[in-house]
Structure formats: C-alpha cells, structure tokens
Design a protein around this ligand. Structure first.
Ligand SMILES: [Zn+2]
Length: 190
C-alpha cells in the first residue's frame, strides 16, 4: 500500500468527472487499498479517487462513531438508485477543503448500487452520517464539492481562504521556514 497526496481546492483536477471502471480487478483493488490508507492517515472518514488525482469512479469509507460503525467500505461505480423525500442537514468537511465546514442539506437516506472490492454487485441502504458521506463522495466523482451546495458568497470566501493559505505555505517553503503545524482536531473530513 502507498500513501497518496490529497489534492486541495481550488484545483481544476477536482472539478473533473471520473470514469466508470470496467471491473474491480487487481489494479482497482490496489487503488482502493491505497485510498483507504491515505484516508486513515489524513485522517478522514471518506475519500474519492479524484481527490488523489485518479479519475476513476471509486470511493472508500469508514465511519467509526458512537451511533454509526461501518468498518471499511469499498465502492466502485456507485450510483444512487433511490433517495428519500426527507432531508437531513450535516456539518460537512472535506479532505480537499481542509479546516472548512458548512451545513449541507441532502436526502436523509439513499439506496446505492455499486461493485464491492470482490467485483460483486451490491445494493446498500445508507442512513444518517453514512448517507451524507456516500452522497458527498459520489459528488466528488462528478467534480462536485460540498461548497457547490452552499451559497456562492460562502463558497468564494472558503476558496479564497484556501488559496491564501496555500500561497503563504509556498512562500514559507521558499523562505526555508519549517511548515507550521496548524492542523487541528476537528469534525470529520470526508
Ligand atoms: Zn470530500
């Protein structure tokens, strides 16, 4: 397994649409394992392949909360085949938008069809935080970030701050300053 670099917004590669995999073969399994390791190291509870610059429709998840414990979940070509009329609001974060959070409204439960790590067709009903995470990750496969669900004003503010943080980091690196360890523990990033 190998740790991959997670792209951060604003990055045009995060806005691209990923392609379906033909089957879950050894290469896709390797990708899934690398993604899971990268997600755990971040740390996060979900990761989509485009976040590590691979335009394949592959996502991984592992939610370990008091109310939801899923263990590792691997999905290739996930699609939502049913969504509840009822909505739920969660404060979402994202490994590609570090340290920014916002409430996002999505269907409270969804039924997802996908291929699992053994290339078997699966259908799964996802509720609560798992429903939010699956929808958030499938969005990544279509080049959509959680900030695309919020007001343009708030989205632009977050993207501007991320750009500023990146420029400061690049300047510090050029000056030979050690990277500041500002990373703080916070809500789960997906
Ligand atoms: Zn995300």
């Amino acid at each position: 397994m190998a740790l991959k670099t997670i792209l951060t917004a604003p990055d045009p590669r995060l806005k691209k649409k990923a392609k379906a995999v033909e089957s879950v073969d050894a290469d896709v399994r390797q990708l899934m394992d690398d993604m899971l390791e990268t997600m755990y190291a971040a740390p996060g509870i979900g990761l989509a392949a485009p976040q590590i610059d691979v335009l394949k429709r592959v996502i991984v998840l592992d939610i370990d909360r008091e109310d939801v414990k899923t263990g590792p979940i691997f999905m290739a070509n996930p699609e939502i085949i049913e969504a509840s009329d009822e909505d739920a609001t969660y404060e979402e974060g994202c490994l590609s938008l570090p340290e920014h959070y916002s409430d996002v409204v999505r269907p409270a439960s969804v039924k997802v069809r996908c291929l699992d790590r053994d290339d078997k067709k699966q259908e799964m009903v996802c509720e609560g935080l798992l429903s939010t995470c699956v929808q958030h990750e499938i969005d990544h496969l279509d080049g959509i970030l959680f900030v695309d669900h919020i007001s343009a004003l708030k989205r632009n503010m977050i993207l501007r701050k991320l750009l500023k943080a990146r420029k400061e980091q690049e300047r510090d690196e050029a000056d030979g300053k050690p990277a500041s360890d500002k990373k703080k523990e916070s809500a789960a990033a997906i």
